[in-house]
Design a protein around this ligand. Structure first.
Ligand SMILES: Nc1ncnc2c1ncn2[C@@H]1O[C@H](COP(=O)(O)OP(=O)(O)OP(=O)(O)O)[C@@H](O)[C@H]1O
Length: 245
């Protein structure tokens, strides 16, 4: 089942603009002076050493936390609640069946019973989850749980998907499946913003890179030039394996 691109076209929430965004807790400045525009249809990978602020960046964009300085601006229509979704490294699943995990957010979004049944069935089929539909979601394997989390996010027809280390806890075969799904979402027109520790994964998936270091955005642009000729010493060290925090 393909996403209906006309929905995105009718009321795009993108681009998403971050203007002088900062975030501090107490006296500690965790993110500082971030200016960035996230354009529709791109795959942006946020990179940087441990503690650079990658997860905070995603949480700010998604609206889980609010900048303490600057602002985050969606395109004029404002984000309808389901226009953006976030999937965490360890997905938060309800203590209920796979089917119920898919049904619940659709019910919250006001889908009728008939629409929910149809959407859930199509989503189960699309993500290879039919045989697992009645299983308790929390008993699925790590790879299956992540697939369910992506399926649940996708079923809400988001225009932009934030993924925080979507395959960090997974083995290579589960990682391949998650990467293929991300690529398919992108092909369907969903904008992807994800963090990754894995340089190989970033090379496979990124069209654009945002490189954070100590809470600052120090490189941002197309992926190929970043990997071939990073502009900053920090990015060069990071790519060479020398910069770990
Ligand atoms: N609520 C908070 N209060 C204080 N410090 C925080 C808070 N949230 C995050 N931090 C700190 O902010 C910094 C950035 O955290 P963040 O989780 O964004 O890093 P990250 O780049 O995702 O790191 P990693 O690659 O290790 O996952 C870290 O030093 C973290 O300890």
């Amino acid at each position: 089942m393909k996403q209906d691109k006309s929905i995105a076209a009718a009321g795009s929430v993108l681009p998403l603009q971050l203007r002088s965004v900062g975030y501090h807790v107490g006296k500690t400045q965790l993110l500082n002076g971030i200016d960035l525009t996230i354009n529709a249809g791109r795959r942006l990978v946020v990179m940087g050493p441990n503690g650079a602020g990658k997860s905070l960046f995603l949480r700010l964009c998604h609206g889980l936390i609010t900048p303490t300085t600057g602002g985050i601006f969606w395109q004029a229509h404002g984000p309808r609640p389901a226009a953006q979704a976030m999937v965490l490294q360890r997905p938060v699943l309800l203590r209920r069946s796979v089917r119920a995990n898919l049904d619940y957010p659709l019910a919250l979004a006001g889908y009728t019973r008939a629409m929910r049944d149809e959407t859930v069935q199509k989503t189960l089929a699309r993500f290879g989850l039919v045989a697992l539909a009645e299983r308790p979601a929390r008993l699925l394997s790590g790879g299956e749980q992540q697939r369910l989390a992506l399926a649940r996010a996708w079923s809400m027809r988001p225009q932009i998907l934030f993924l925080d280390e979507p395959s960090a806890a997974l083995d290579p075969s589960a990682t391949r499946i998650i990467e293929a799904l991300i690529q398919q979402f992108s092909d369907e027109g969903i904008t992807i913003v994800m963090t990754s520790h894995d340089l190989f994964q970033a090379r496979r998936l990124a069209q654009d890179i945002a490189f954070l270091h100590r809470g600052r955005l120090i490189e941002h642009g197309p992926a190929a030039p970043f990997f071939d000729a990073p502009q900053t010493a920090e990015a060069r060290d990071f790519l060479g394996g020398a910069l770990i925090w």
